[in-house]
Design a protein around this ligand. Structure first.
Ligand SMILES: [Cu+2]
Length: 114
């Protein structure tokens, strides 16, 4: 009975939208990390997110990434960078639609070592 009540309260919060945004919890590479290789760009969310746009910028400008995740809502987004990235600092920017329908965005950076 107590669990049912709690679920009702959580559901009520979701309806108000106050605490309902999905958000990024973890990225690969981790934000501010220094790495030797980048096999995958991944973003884990605490709830479903429809990632509508992702871009990666490096020392030589915009880098094309190949989405492995489509436009469906996911708890983990994945994209593949090119194989021959030069060393330097990279920034990933993403935009998406939260599970509650709100537009969200985020960014993280990492450094690819020589
Ligand atoms: Cu929201």
């Amino acid at each position: 009975m107590r669990q049912i009540t709690l679920a009702a309260i959580v559901s009520g919060l979701t309806v108000t939208g106050v605490l309902a945004h999905s958000k990024a919890e973890k990225t690969t590479p981790a934000d501010a990390a220094s790495v030797d290789a980048v096999d995958v760009i991944a973003i884990e969310f605490d709830d479903l997110m429809r990632v509508t746009a992702v871009s990666m910028t490096g020392p030589e400008g915009l880098v094309g990434v190949e989405r492995e995740t489509g436009m469906e809502p996911v708890s983990e987004f994945r994209a593949r960078p090119p194989d021959d990235l030069p060393a330097g600092t990279y920034t990933v920017d993403w935009r998406g639609l939260s599970a509650d329908g709100h537009p969200m965005q985020g960014t993280f950076s990492f450094t690819l070592a020589d």
